[in-house]
Write a protein that binds this ligand. Structure first.
Ligand code: SF4
Ligand code: SF4
Length: 445
């Protein structure tokens, strides 16, 4: 058990700065674009959500931003208020009535600008609010729809817009271009004496990666290769479809999101893959596993698995055998893989195969606190102070387990933990589940 003292950082953590703007659109043009996008996104489901809130306030206590600040503006359903207002005035069942009697004012560009902080800086799209809502309102999906409108209006936080723009220009949000990938793979294969297939014409499995891993945690590539070779898989990376991080989805850029997803789908089709493995990146899993088929327009002709699902399947099939690692560990379930993606059991299959002493967090895996860096928030620097406040909650939850080792299966969570560790001088480092498995491969005869 750590002896670290967990002091909460001072200050409200709010971001009072002026909203970021892209482009030279006039205010009326921005408003028109935002509203047109909202109207387009308001399908029957979103409309049902808008109509069914009973204002019980239960979602507030589920949101780490509200819990850590007590500020009512962080109540989840409040975060989409301008869009609710726009819905009621423009397309709701009583819209004509609202307009006739001026019961709902039109939303203004100024209001949208003020809402930028709530839509981006203070929502990690973690879905904890949805879990407790008695009406089952999926608030993150409404926040995502609101982000589409904000992006269309050129009202995205710059720190999120820049990597999105870069991804569209260079194929990677963090500079992990095709050439960089090729050089990294050649270097890592040589340095670690491991075979890393790249650009094979046919393979049963297409392995994808996140730019965070390529640039910050390259040992993940080595770990992947060791495991895939250990289970004797027919697999490859492809330089025409490798980047699974979908920053466009996070910023609200629908066209960019589609392009990023189609690169992976086309690469999988080119190699006739039966499986696409998604990396330790929660949003990559969410973007491909749960929206890939919608973007493709029909069922995907291959399976899409998070790497932890693949590892668990290989263990169950006795193709992946591990040495014992009985250390005391706890597992941080990444929101997009577990709560939003439904993958709870796979990592626990892996911990059992390792013989690890697993100390679960105080909540159920479904209600696990978010690390505070999801939804693109870790890239928005003006939100750092608020992010550290919510990270404190996560840090306390980890400490309460009494475990010696912290493990997760998301490189974005890992990045957030690394930042939080440095900020709080914490003695816990987040380890990768993938790398833990690669470090414990049993001899094969
Ligand atoms: S998705 Fe998470 S961060 Fe966003 S409002 Fe809901 S609980 Fe809060
Ligand atoms: S928990 Fe659901 S119904 Fe209650 S206020 Fe929040 S969104 Fe509305």
């Amino acid at each position: 058990m750590s002896t670290t003292t967990l002091d909460t950082p001072a200050g409200s953590g709010g971001t009072a700065s002026a909203p970021d703007r892209q482009g030279t659109l006039s205010d009326p043009e921005r408003l028109q674009r935002a509203m047109a996008s909202f109207v387009l996104d308001f399908g029957a489901t979103a409309a049902l959500y808008m109509e069914s809130c009973v204002h019980c306030g239960q979602c507030a206590e589920a949101c780490h931003y509200y819990v850590q600040t007590g500020d009512p503006k962080y109540t989840p359903i409040w975060k989409i208020e301008p869009f609710k207002q726009a819905y009621k005035r423009q397309i709701g069942p009583f819209s004509a009535f609202y307009r006739l009697f001026h019961l709902k004012r039109p939303v203004t560009t100024d209001e949208l600008g003020k809402w930028q902080e709530l839509i981006y800086d203070s929502c990690t799209l973690c879905g904890r609010c949805t879990l407790v809502c008695p009406m089952g309102i999926d608030i993150p999906s409404l926040v995502a729809a609101a982000r589409h409108g904000m992006e269309a209006a050129g009202l995205t936080p710059h720190d999120l817009w820049e990597p999105t723009d870069r991804a569209e220009r260079e194929g990677s949000p963090l500079g992990a271009t095709r050439q960089v990938l090729k050089e990294r793979i050649a270097w890592l294969a040589d340095e670690n004496s491991v075979k890393i297939p790249l650009d094979l014409e046919q393979a049963d499995i297409l392995v994808t990666i996140s730019s965070v891993e390529i640039m910050k945690y390259p040992q993940a590539i080595v770990a992947l290769a060791r495991i895939m070779n250990h289970v004797r898989a027919s697999w490859t990376f492809r330089s025409d479809g490798y980047e699974a991080t979908n920053f466009s989805m996070l910023s609200g850029d629908k066209k960019g999101q589609r392009n990023a997803t189609m690169l992976l789908i086309n690469a999988a089709l080119a190699v006739q893959a039966k499986i696409v493995i998604l990396p330790e990146c929660g949003h990559a899993y969410q973007a491909f596993r749960w929206t890939g088929a919608n973007i493709y327009g029909k069922p995907l002709p291959f399976r899409a698995l998070h790497i932890s699902e693949f590892l668990a399947e290989e263990i169950r099939a006795n193709r992946l055998t591990l040495k014992s690692d009985p250390r005391s560990m706890t597992f941080h379930d990444p929101c997009q893989v577990a709560r939003r993606g439904g993958v709870f059991e796979a990592p626990r299959v892996i911990f059992r195969a390792l013989g690890a002493q697993l100390h679960e967090m105080s909540s159920t895996p479904a209600a696990n606190w978010c690390c505070g860096g999801g939804g693109g928030v870790v890239t928005i620097h003006r939100a750092d102070s608020l992010r550290h406040r919510v990270f404190h909650l996560k840090m306390q939850q980890v400490e309460d387990t009494g475990a010696d080792i912290l493990v997760s299966s998301c490189s974005n969570c890992r990045l957030t933990f690394d930042d939080g560790q440095a900020f709080f001088h914490w003695d816990k480092t987040a380890h990768s589940l993938l790398e833990l498995v690669a470090d414990n491969l049993a001899e094969r005869h």
